[in-house]
Design a protein around this ligand. Structure first.
Ligand code: HAM
Length: 426
């Protein structure tokens, strides 16, 4: 008979924990470094709820997208609107900007960045999770190819600063309300001649461009001769696209044309892009975004042409691992205190509090530990120095300061301890 372990819970399918022993410090550093270029470029931090009215996403992200039809976690509350865990950030950020009238403050574009978790009910696999983390940026209310280029360059700078090299930038233009309908008609005509399953046909009726994004090989084979959007772009879209490319080239950012890049969300117009990494297998996109000139109006706001991106933190972590990049993470504990005896513990505890208040990251051996085990903990903490004190030291008014690298140990007067350690510029 197998024994059921009633008290054992595991993280829900498609989710995982971040732990100090494994990855949490790296995740914090990745979030910090992906957002650093944005903070230097005038983007302000925004935080929105993790759940929103479900219609915000069905209307904003698109009724025909996988995200809306298959992947949303919806929450139903009695006598309230249906809510959904946010599958992405753009619709929420535009909603928040409109609600707070940020676009009326006379400073367009409104430039915002965010960092948080997003939720999609996907089939979990490496690099694809049901809860995942993004750092995102949205520039709302300006139609300017320099803004598209700025965002793409900032993402590229962020990935490079982290040490990533094995990735490519895929670029496309999806046209605008002038030229896309003409293309749409041509594509609908083409799709009508194909033998498609019912679901794909339904999708083709709502948004035929979605069909181009179908991941199935058999469908892709049918699409080889499909008309290409690039051949249908109007003069304005072509000129806009050219300018974005020119600015990227001038900034030394390499890109590859990908005429099939339609992305998984319906709000895009004109510039769309994706960063794909060579070491991640099927889930290769480490970030993506584009222009979404019509989204504000779809959400009931004024016309606010906008552009943005979302970079995947989980996949950036995997990409760093794939390239063997080790992030330079500073040790969290600089000084580790080991007391030998009750009296010494009282004195050292007070010193630890003082050191922390003076800005030195300090930890202390807790519980009743042998000196051997306490020194092992000091070692594991990564601290540069150990503070060791027993009754004899205290009687002499000193503590022993041990350099954990050289092993050298020197007595330091208790009163001089904080200044001595501050002088070492930890
Ligand atoms: P997205 O392409 O759906 O775009 O997601 C952006 C990035 O989030 C992806 O490139 C990937 O790295 C990561 N990601 C997406 N889904 C998962 C998942 N299930 N597991 C792990 N990582 C994932 C957006 O979300 C748009 N809101 C981006 C945007 C902002 N466009 C304009 N502004």
């Amino acid at each position: 008979m197998t024994e059921e372990k009633l008290s054992t819970f595991t993280a829900p399918k498609g989710t995982y924990d971040l732990l100090p022993t494994v990855n949490s410090a790296a995740y914090l550093a990745i979030r910090e470094r992906l957002s650093a270029p944005l903070r230097r470029a005038g983007y302000g931090y925004v935080e929105t709820p993790v759940f929103e009215d479900v219609k915000l996403f069905s209307r904003g992200v698109g009724e025909s997208t996988d995200i809306v039809t298959k992947e949303m976690f919806t929450l139903t509350k009695r006598s309230e609107e249906d809510l959904a865990l946010r599958p992405e950030g753009t619709a929420s950020v535009v909603r928040a900007a409109l609600e707070a009238n940020l676009h009326k403050l006379g400073n367009l574009p409104v430039k915002l960045w965010y960092s948080g978790n997003f939720y999609r009910y996907e089939k979990p696999q490496k690099g694809r999770y049901r809860q995942f983390s993004q750092v995102g940026a949205e520039a709302i209310g300006a139609e300017d190819p320099a803004l598209d280029a700025e965002l793409i360059i900032l993402a590229d700078d962020a990935f490079r600063a982290l040490g990533l090299r094995d990735y490519r930038l895929l670029l496309n233009s999806l046209g605008d309300q002038q030229c896309r309908p003409v293309y749409r008609t041509a594509l609908v005509g083409f799709l009508a001649g194909l033998d498609l399953d019912e679901e794909t046909r339904r999708r083709a009726e709502i948004n035929p461009l979605r069909v181009l994004d179908d991941k199935r090989e058999a469908v892709q084979a049918q699409l080889v001769d499909a008309p290409k959007l690039r051949d249908y772009l109007c003069e304005d879209c072509k000129a806009y696209d050219e300018k974005v490319r020119e600015l990227l080239t001038a900034a030394g950012v390499a890109f590859v044309d990908d005429p099939k890049l339609v992305r998984g969300l319906d709000y895009y117009t004109r510039t769309t892009f994706e960063f794909v990494h060579g070491g991640l297998g099927a889930q290769s996109a480490i970030g993506g975004g584009g222009r979404y000139d019509g989204l504000s109006e779809m959400l009931g706001g004024p016309a606010l042409p906008s552009v943005g991106w979302g970079l995947g933190v989980d996949r950036t972590f995997l990409a760093l691992e794939a390239e063997g990049v080790v992030l330079d993470l500073p040790a969290t504990t600089e000084v580790y205190a080991v007391a030998l005896g009750e009296e010494a513990k009282n004195v050292l505890f007070a010193k630890v509090v003082e050191l922390r208040r003076a800005g030195v990251a300090t930890d202390l051996a807790f519980g009743v530990k042998s000196i051997k085990n306490a020194m092992k903990s000091a070692n594991r903490s990564g601290a540069r120095y150990a503070l060791i004190a027993g009754d004899r030291d205290l009687a002499e008014g000193v503590v022993q300061l041990k350099d954990m690298e050289s092993g050298e140990q020197t007595p330091v007067a208790l009163e001089a301890l904080v200044t001595t350690l501050k002088e070492k510029q930890l």
